[in-house]
Design a protein around this ligand. Structure first.
Ligand code: ZN
Length: 346
């Protein structure tokens, strides 16, 4: 009985001892795990002071920058491809390849540059714009953003009977190049040409055939057709008169009567003549022929303007060295005044 009791005591002691050793073992394990956690936190802490995760961005295999916010950057790129950068004239954007991202741990001093990356991707693509050109004689003259503006310009010029309306049109442009747009009003102003007023059909006299005359100063061949600029009464002829040499022909008629261009040509002067002709127009017709219209009350043309025969260029008046309303008409060939009555008002 006693011996049995002793055996049991030894058994219990053994069990307790082994339980204790398990606890000791667990405790040392926990301590070890705890140490590992502390160490990890410390290492991560130290690393995160110096490093941080970033995406390295490449485009066609070429490094273009770092970003921390991949989804935000990609969203911006997608929106750009779909909607453009807010320019209403973008037709579509052709981006050849999209960027690739790879996550890496980098020193904090590496700067992110989302804006630069975005610009590089933007520039790698091709933007196609859509806008409208106002063309004159098939030459692109001005550009506007919308079809409405282009239509408005053409319609307005049609309404105002602009002389060049038959040469004007608009066309849609698709281009990778965006032009400077002008506002509709200034385009209308720039393109507008005063409508032609043809007044001279009733005055027509000379058919443009060669005129050979024996009258002084000799027989000049103009080689161009001339029409009478006004009808009226001849009050002073070409040639010498008491006050000096009269270089033209005076035709009297009422103030305001339209003066027609004697032939088509280019206006080389329109303004005040300080030698006595007052408001004056000079037209070059080619072949060395220039016609001069003096004493006008109004001038309808400007220097450099092209005019056609019979077009109203001025109104009869009495400006400058004049005693009553009349047109002073000169015909000059190679600079020397001819007798207008060789050709007109014969
Ligand atoms: Zn005169």
């Amino acid at each position: 009985m006693r011996k049995e009791h002793k055996t049991i005591e030894i058994g219990v002691f053994k069990i307790l001892k082994s339980i204790k050793s398990i606890f000791v073992h667990i405790r040392s394990s926990l301590k070890f795990i705890f140490l590992i956690i502390i160490a990890t936190v410390l290492i991560v802490g130290i690393i995160s002071l110096v490093y941080r995760p970033m995406y390295s961005v490449t485009l066609n295999g070429e490094f273009i920058g770092y970003t921390t916010n991949k989804s935000k950057l990609q969203k911006r790129i997608n929106e750009y491809i779909e909607y453009g950068d807010g320019n209403e004239n973008i037709a579509f954007i052709d981006v050849q390849s999209l960027p690739e991202y790879s996550l890496c741990l980098l020193k904090k001093e590496n700067k992110t540059n989302d804006d630069e990356i975005f610009e590089k991707i933007k520039n790698s693509g091709t933007t196609y714009y859509e806008y409208y050109a106002i063309v004159e004689k098939s030459e692109e003259k001005y550009y506007v953003s919308t079809k409405d503006e282009a239509e408005k310009i053409i319609n307005k010029l049609k309404e105002k009977k602009s002389r060049n309306i038959d040469d004007l049109a608009y066309t849609q442009i698709h281009s990778t190049e965006l032009k400077n747009f002008k506002d509709t009003e200034s385009i209308i102003t720039a393109l507008y040409e005063k409508p032609k007023i043809v007044v001279a059909s009733a005055y027509s006299t000379y058919s443009g055939e060669r005129i050979i005359s024996n009258a002084v100063p000799s027989s000049k061949v103009l080689g161009i057709g001339l029409i009478k600029p006004v009808s009226g009464i001849i009050t002073s002829r070409f040639g010498v008169r008491s006050s000096g040499n009269h270089k033209g022909l005076d035709i009297a008629t009422s103030t305001g009567t339209p003066v027609a261009a004697a032939a088509g040509g280019t206006v080389i002067f329109s303004g005040w003549d300080s030698y006595g002709l007052g408001n004056c127009v000079k037209i070059s017709h080619g072949n060395g022929v220039v016609t001069v219209y003096g004493h006008c009350s109004k001038l309808y043309v400007t220097s450099g303007e092209k005019v056609s025969a019979g077009e109203a260029i001025a109104a009869v008046g009495s400006t400058g060295n004049s005693t009553g309303p009349h047109l002073h008409l000169e015909i000059r060939v190679n600079g020397s005044p001819q007798n207008p009555q060789l050709y007109l008002y014969k």
